[in-house]
Write a protein that binds this ligand. Structure first.
Ligand SMILES: [Fe+2]
Ligand SMILES: [Fe+2]
Length: 187
């Protein structure tokens, strides 16, 4: 077996093992290809969600609330997914202090709480008297979590991940695009 021809093994055109954003040609519609540091990407997400919660609060009727809520849920799902797939594991591997590991464990638990609240909200109508209260609890939970990440985790992460943060940002961006539903919720 293994009759390896000498024609060389150079061609690996389509091994597809890397998510790297197709080198440019062929115009990706979404256009957002500017490189972004993973830490900055996460902070941008946090700020977008903070604004969305304000939009929810300002919504005048149940229909608008529902549409904003759907965007919030999607944003949070994509965000926590890439944190859990890329960011947290890399930090856990590279962190030398127990403090960081504890913070990561706590973060995963906070994601879990948020997931649970989101599932409950998805199963409710906005006319349910408990809907807004539950949304407030989600908001408080997320704001606390995002603040804590920004204060206690991300500054160290920037240092720990160093150069890797650029490549990871690109991977996370690509993964988010991949996970987005074709039919995006529209506010
Ligand atoms: Fe998080
Ligand atoms: Fe986060």
């Amino acid at each position: 077996m293994a009759a390896r021809s000498k024609s060389g093994e150079s061609k690996k055109s389509d091994s597809g093992s890397k998510v790297e954003g197709n080198g440019g040609k062929g115009g990706s519609e979404s256009g957002k290809t500017a490189a972004i540091n993973a830490v900055d990407l996460l902070i941008e997400d946090h700020n977008r969600v903070r604004q969305l919660f304000k939009d929810f609060e300002a919504a005048k009727d149940g229909e608008k609330q529902r549409r904003v809520a759907e965007v919030i849920f999607l944003e949070l799902e994509l965000h926590t997914k890439v944190e859990e797939e890329f960011f947290y594991p890399a930090l856990r591997r590279k962190a030398t202090e127990d403090e960081m590991r504890k913070l990561l464990d706590e973060s995963l638990e906070e994601h879990h709480v948020a997931d649970t609240i989101i599932e409950e909200l998805k199963a409710m109508r906005t006319s349910n008297p408990r809907y807004e209260a539950k949304m407030t609890v989600l908001r408080e939970n997320i704001e606390h979590h995002a603040d804590e990440e920004e204060e206690d985790m991300l500054p160290d992460a920037r240092r720990i991940l160093a150069d890797e943060a650029e490549e990871m940002g690109a991977q996370m961006q690509a993964r988010k695009e991949e996970l987005k539903p074709h039919q995006r919720p529209d506010m």
